[in-house]
Design a protein around this ligand. Structure first.
Ligand code: IPE
Ligand code: IPE
Ligand code: MG
Ligand code: MG
Length: 309
């Protein structure tokens, strides 16, 4: 019953996204729909909808544009991220820059980001400030990461700061805005935001593990890219420096680097770190009233930790 309601909400989010991409510039339309219609787990809009329900919201339709805005920010970052990471596939398809080139991929990302204003316009300034703050943090996180990778120096502390900004901030905004819109009292909003923050950290740590041990066909994106660029979340987990400054190209050398990394035991350490953050997310949930939506938020933690895509 609840799951069907949330699934319907996610379908409404997808429709909202398709309607929002409405430019008469064919290239922008094609490139935007290429990424927007290519699936994706839709984890963040699910988080917004579930947080809204767990905080007592009754009318899912009011949260749909908000959830769509969150997913659109995420989608825009994927287009730009694939340029920065030189990734040729995304969501099982050719990435936007690989198909249309860097210039048009930059512009497509800009277009998607700009359309977020439109989706956010009906919501009052509180929501717009939360969204702006999350977008700023995201760009800061991506910048800190690129800078640290360039210097070949990502220690655990820097890694956490980076993933806090580039990933957890949007998760947190997704949950916070959903809970606020439900009219929940402040403590409930804060606990849901805390839950989402730790979920976001765990999510990115698992993503970085999958970058080493995942199956590119299942993931729908390449593996090994973090390691090659010397910015992997796994390599720094045990202070391993094997990958520092690595510049390997080609499947053979990348496979060797990944094998070395697995051998080093860093994967187990990274998984333990993901589990610790996952537990902290679950602990935060215990502070909000019991409900089927709260159970589902708890399930989301399992899905994030045990996912293979
Ligand atoms: C990928 O996010 C980018 C990261 C923050 C690691 P997702 O794994 O949620 O991407 P989609 O939306 O399912 O493609
Ligand atoms: C994704 O980061 C982009 C943002 C979080 C902004 P990654 O580069 O780690 O994610 P994937 O592996 O390409 O999806
Ligand atoms: Mg990246
Ligand atoms: Mg990437």
């Amino acid at each position: 019953m609840l799951l069907a309601q949330v699934d319907d909400g996610v379908i409404d989010v997808e429709e909202k996204l398709s309607q929002t991409i409405n430019t008469d510039v064919n290239l922008l339309l094609d490139a935007s729909l290429h990424i927007v219609d290519s699936g994706g787990k839709r984890l963040r809009p699910r988080l917004t909808i579930l947080s809204y329900l767990a905080a007592g919201g009754q009318n899912i339709s009011e949260v749909i544009p908000l959830a769509a805005a969150i997913e659109l920010v995420h989608t825009a970052t994927l287009v730009h991220d694939d340029i920065n990471d030189h990734s040729l596939t995304r969501r099982g398809k050719i990435s936007v820059h690989a198909q249309w080139g860097k210039t048009f991929a930059l512009l497509t990302g800009d277009y998607l980001f700009t359309k977020v204003y439109e989706l956010m316009a009906p919501y009052d300034s509180t929501y717009n400030i939360i969204m702006a703050d999350a977008c700023v943090k995201l760009v800061e996180g991506e910048t800190l990461q690129a800078e640290a990778a360039k210097n070949g120096s990502i220690d655990r502390e820097t890694y956490k700061l980076i993933i806090e900004r580039k990933t957890a901030s949007l998760f947190q905004a997704a949950a916070r805005m959903g809970a606020l819109l439900a009219g929940a009292e402040e403590s409930i909003v804060e606990y849901l935001a805390q839950y989402a923050y730790f979920l976001g950290l765990a999510f990115q740590m698992v993503d970085d593990v999958l970058d080493v041990v995942g199956d590119p066909d299942v993931l729908g994106k390449p593996i090994g890219s973090d390691v090659v660029q010397g910015m992997g979340g796994v390599a720094n987990q045990n202070g391993n420096t094997v990958m520092e400054g690595a510049t390997a190209t080609g499947i053979g050398p990348i496979k060797i680097m990944l094998a070395q990394l697995i051998e080093s035991g860093a994967i187990e350490i990274a998984k333990a770190q993901a589990n610790e953050w996952a537990h902290r997310a679950q602990d935060a949930l215990l502070n909000i009233p019991e409900s089927p939506s709260r159970d589902e938020l708890n399930n989301l933690v399992h899905l994030v930790v045990h996912r293979n895509r």
